[in-house]
Design a binder for this molecule. Structure first.
Ligand SMILES: Nc1ncnc2c1ncn2[C@@H]1O[C@H](COP(=O)(O)OP(=O)(O)OP(=O)(O)O)[C@@H](O)[C@H]1O
Length: 370
């Protein structure tokens, strides 16, 4: 997937920008607070309908403005648009018509984001890791979203019954049967995606020599005991669930584990090693989706932060193998460009943008100047 044109208005400190992006590496360089992360945030909003920094659209809309818009055009001509109003609400558009949901955007513009929040894949709660796995499943198995929604409906109904004082076991059994049928489907899709993901991750670990990152083990926990089928597990869990007022087992509790010699990886790895593990995980996710014919766009906020030059170059090599396009931010233009220089075309000739006080200007390359 390639984003060819990006138009923003009233997005944080960016009053207006109309950019033609390069097909490979796009570098956005400028001082602290110039608007680099805001630009990546806008692309994220175009792919998901929401910011990666806040749930509140009002803080993303430029101070003093009533609305923001982000418009994007993909190679091939498809257009995406987002409008958010300070008064609440807004619109999502695909090819100038109203979109059914934000998942339509995600399907058209798959993204991988690496920023300071990405560490939560290791030290955050299971929900963060579940969402990473589900991103992969969503992009490779289109029936997943239907199975997941049906499971959620049954789960909600069972939880509503559990919260009632007096419970009729036969009504619980009806929803448990539905949960068992749809939950097994969800688990099946996740297990398949996890197998592909771990194969891709193991391949990337092979590039890391004797770094402890190459010794990280990963496993998938489906959310209920191995020896039980889901229907049985739900029946056995009933009494405790009634006491707690909610369902404590099932695919909504699934998790991924990253360990080194049995210890959680974030307790062992240095900060730079953790970032490299996150980069490998994100690359593996993109690789699995690429194998199905779609190349995700990478958004990388401040690649040099925490990574030495060797690791930055390694990550650049990974991205060039599995992504269609990458948007990278950095403070220093030369340092931000360096990891990409040794790669093959088009990756070794970044499109450069200078960002200053919310103004984004394309920097002419040596070729343009001739
Ligand atoms: N709603 C808003 N309206 C106007 N300006 C805003 C709004 N929200 C944030 N800003 C300002 O926008 C600027 C852009 O911040 P951004 O995080 O994009 O900077 P950055 O270039 O990534 O900086 P750094 O290198 O420090 O990460 C900041 O100066 C911030 O104070």
């Amino acid at each position: 997937m390639t984003l060819r044109r990006l138009v923003l208005s009233n997005f944080r400190n960016i009053a207006h920008a109309d950019l033609t992006l390069g097909t490979g590496v796009n570098l956005f360089c400028g001082k602290n607070g110039s608007g680099k992360t805001s630009l990546l945030e806008a692309v994220h909003m175009l792919s998901s309908g929401r910011s990666f920094r806040t749930r509140h659209h009002s803080s993303v809309i430029q101070e003093g403005s009533g609305q923001l818009t982000v418009f994007g055009q993909l190679a091939g001509g498809t257009t995406l648009g987002i409008e958010r109003l300070a008064s609440g609400g807004g619109r999502i558009r695909v090819n100038h018509g109203d979109a059914e949901s934000s998942s339509q955007l995600a399907a058209l513009l798959p993204l991988q984001v690496i920023n300071s929040e990405s560490f939560s894949a290791l030290d955050g709660g299971p929900g963060v890791r579940r969402r990473l796995l589900d991103w992969t499943v969503f992009h490779v198995e289109h029936s997943f979203i239907r199975a997941w929604k049906n499971y959620q409906i049954a789960l909600k109904q069972r939880n509503a019954l559990l919260r009632r004082g007096k419970i009729d076991p036969s009504s619980l059994a009806v929803w448990e049967q539905r949960m068992a049928a749809t939950g097994v489907e969800v688990d099946h899709f996740r297990s398949q995606a996890f197998a592909a993901l771990s194969a891709a991750l193991r391949g990337l670990q092979g590039d890391l020599g004797d770094s402890p990152v190459s010794r990280v083990d990963f496993s998938y926990r489906r959310g209920w005991r191995k020896e039980l089928d889901l229907g049985e597990a739900l029946r056995l869990s009933r009494e405790g669930d009634m006491a707690q007022g909610h369902t404590r087992i099932g695919p909504q509790r699934a998790d991924l584990r990253f360990t080194v010699a049995g210890e959680p990886a974030h307790n062992i790895l240095s900060r730079g090693q953790q970032k490299m593990l996150v980069c490998a995980l994100r690359t593996a996710m993109a690789e699995v989706v690429r194998q199905r014919g779609d190349k995700p766009v990478f958004l990388v906020d401040d690649l040099p932060a925490e990574l030495d030059e060797e690791n930055q170059q390694q990550f650049a090599r990974w991205v060039s193998r599995c992504s269609g396009q990458v948007l990278v931010t950095g403070i220093d233009a030369e340092a931000t460009a360096r990891p990409w220089r040794g790669l093959e075309s088009p990756w070794n000739t970044p499109t450069m943008f200078h960002v200053e006080h919310g103004k984004i200007t394309a920097v002419p390359t040596a070729g343009d100047r001739q």
